[in-house]
Design a protein around this ligand. Sequence first.
Ligand code: SF4
Ligand code: SF4
Length: 288
Amino acid sequence: MNLPQARISKILPWSCVDGPGNRMVLFLQGCNFACAACHNPHTIGQCNDCGDCIAACAPAALTMVSGRIAFDPALCTQCDACLVACPISASPMAVTYTVADILLLLHRHRAFLSGVTVSGGEPTLQSGFVRDLFTAIHAEPALADLTCFIDSNGHLGTQGWRDLLPVTDGVMMDIKAFDPTLHTAMTGRSNARSLTSAKLTHAAGKLHELRFLLVPGQTDSDAEISHLIRFCHDLGGPLRIRLNAFHPQGTAGAAALAPSMPHERVEAVAEQLRAAGLGTVILPTVWL
Ligand code: SF4
Ligand code: SF4
């Protein structure tokens, strides 16, 4: 039987910062962007069972079994040495879950939850799983009042959104940069599809929140902020905008040595957005 399933790097049973209310968050493995400022760089790649991380694992939680990497969580000390060793930003600790597995987890934590959010990585790379999971949640009487949200970089195409939006209650969408050259330099991809996705999800009444990461010397320029304001005005209607502030914790490479975004600059940008008539502007939940 072809069970709907997904590779998932981590599951948070409860989170109050990944959409409205208290939510279970599934971090799906794999991303089509390669952001220099990524805080979860080990969620970008999909493991190809090369075995390079085995030697890095002191407690031998990783072994090769029939040509596939095998992970024993009972032995893992969560030192993350395997993530550093991986040459393709993958994780040997990602686990395959079926829709039925996730429904069981949701039933277990049901009393504390108002919804589920798929994040990543980029969850829409495994859109068949997301669609089947959300459909199953809405069809199950004991879970049907849970809301189903997607946290996305927006690179999914129009047809993909047409498949997902009917079973999705809300989308949190990241716009990494407005200048096309800057966006490509920051992510490795064009921003054209992300901008289209923001318009499409907003027109469908499903854009819960537009997110913009302020990175010192890159996306905090006057030109980027002016473009953000124009883009939001063009979308029209009520809109929530979340400003996130870059900080180097959890990043890799040159980003790990880069300075944090100053709080004062984030607050000044928020004031600028409010003064431009963009009423609901949310500041970072946690300052680092
Ligand atoms: S995080 Fe776990 S699996 Fe990875 S190297 Fe450390 S002990 Fe081994
Ligand atoms: S996680 Fe990375 S290093 Fe380890 S087996 Fe997979 S691809 Fe190779």
